[in-house]
Design a protein around this ligand. Sequence first.
Ligand SMILES: [Zn+2]
Length: 359
Amino acid sequence: MSTELSGNISTVLGTINPDHAGITLMHEHIFVDGSCFHTIPDEASLRSLANTEITAELIRHLGKHWNTILRHIQLNDFNKMLNELNHFVFSGGKTIVEATSIGIGRDPLALTKMARATGLNIVMGSSYYIPISYPEYLEHMTEDDVYDQIVTDITKGVGDTGIRAGLIGEVGIGGSISQLTGREQEMPEEKVLRASARAQATTGAPMIIHPSPVKESLLQVCEIVIDCGADPSSIVFAHMDVQTNINILETLTKQGFNVEYDAWGIEDTELIDSSDDALQLPNDNQRLSYLRRLIDNGYINNLIITQDMFLGLQLLEYGGKGYTHIIDNLKPRMKNFGFTTKEIDSLQILNPKRILTFK
Ligand SMILES: [Zn+2]
């Protein structure tokens, strides 16, 4: 479908010329409700954490109790988030892709206000996150219903707001990032994935997939989206920090898909208490060496760096690195590591611009 969106980037305030996108964070959350991850501990002494405010003495325990403290997995305070985003603006940031999908609190009106308040280009998501966040009604929707909903979000707007999604995603695969959704198992996300991929093929919109890092699942997802006619060059595989097997990454990039490193600044061994290899986050130097390897193998145009702000501990307010970590801290380090200005521009500006532009 060639529409008036073709050749443009679609933000919550309307389409923009891709040349105006500038420094872009390709996968973030500004307003998000991660309460689907909330767990109430068995221990009496820990239960009080569930509904507590985040105090100064709690900050160093946020990693350990990341999904116990409800406040920690909900970003929803307009003025606080405005302050966080203003730092990104002051550091030269221009565009934020807000990958919050339906089920984790996508918020068109709040995003529109935030775009006006900050002057940022904000691109809003569509489609659904992982199954534990699915709204009940989704069960009764057919693949065609989901497809229609996504196409409407993109071409007409969400509900009666007139505010259009400029992205399909993040489309969630897996109960958690570690859950194996192998071929031998039924894949409850397949309906949403197929509907999303078909909507991508119809609208030419960019799409972000939150995949399971398990090889079989990744390959299955690739097969499904290609089968649905989607364009790999518009599709980003998120959360690839944990994917240390370069062969798997090259299997994606060779087909034209984009690979995203999005946990920069986080290597907290408390964060996810797991012995699962798939959840062992690298540090930033290791991420840089993975990037280098892929660039040296010819994939500079398929790489995305972004921060996936989702948890309180990532905010400046709670001692995190904020939305400016890549600009303020990583970019100087990349220069020291021998990344050229051209390569850095590709990662921060040109690749997001190309992917966000409707075909
Ligand atoms: Zn995700």
